[in-house]
Write a new protein. Sequence first.
Length: 295
Amino acid sequence: MIQGTTKLLGVIGHPVTHSLSPAMHNAAIAHLGVDFVYLPFPVKPEDLKAALAGFAAIDLRGFSITIPHKQAILPLLSSVSPIARSIGAVNTVYRTDKGWCGTNTDVEGFLAPLQTPTYQPREGSDWSQKVAVILGNGGAARAVVAGCAQLGCAEIHVVGRNAQNLAEFQQSWVNSPMPVPNLQVHTWDNLSMLISQADLLVNTTPVGMYPHGEKSPVSADSFDQINAGAIVYDLIYTPNPTQFLKDARRRGAIPIDGLEMLVQQGAAALKIWLDTESVPVDVMRQALRQHLGLE
Ligand code: NAP
């Protein structure tokens, strides 16, 4: 029940109408029986600073950030975690005595499924012998690079469309608070060769996302090069599974879809806001699946 004592959480974006976060977080709040509510706040880019002041005035406890504010908010915060600085984007903000603090829970979300027993490297090997190939060099790719670096992957290859953007992407990791020296960048012409070496192949492009579910970022010829047993991870969560993951499974690779990353980055944020280690991840996953019509 919303009452005078109810504490506020929310998500800011522009637009914010399609955000899945309210469904996920309010399901968790209801399950825990805590006196919080999570609301969507549409905030135009030019209103971001005013919105932060207003949120402080009404004692909002924290919020998620979606497009287009993830980078723009950085200079407006009192402190930014090293991981968010490395990625260059904030997806979670919380309030302390010193003001608004920003972090990024996408890395934790990305890593969560890879750290479960199902996806551990087989006995006698570990991530330090593994090659990661990441398709795309946008915002989500930055969280995936940081995640692969945390896993300790031997090689991290990023594939993109624009050589200039790729060079800048690589340079940004040299100058980062968390440098990634084993990062190499490539254009798409090298894809077949890279796929043949991949132990972990991650799609961070929007290719294959609803309503273009018939598309895949990887052609059939290139996909034929994948090793059976490689992990193929698509950050897209709708459709579920994507064509990319269907093709991967057909070739004996192990698929992971983007839903778990979405759930786990949200769970990591809720832990910060509620200052607890135990949040109902199953309830959050179930709420998202229902919202997306997956059950
Ligand atoms: P973004 O910043 O716009 O980056 C998209 C990247 O994909 C860019 O490098 C872009 O290349 C590339 N790309 C776009 N269209 C392409 C095409 N037709 N062929 C090849 N490359 C193409 O977007 P983002 O925020 O990283 O998000 C990317 C995807 O990840 C979205 O589908 C999003 O829903 C998903 N995502 C999922 C989660 C999760 O929790 N599961 C979290 C974050 C993102 P250029 O740089 O050349 O334009």
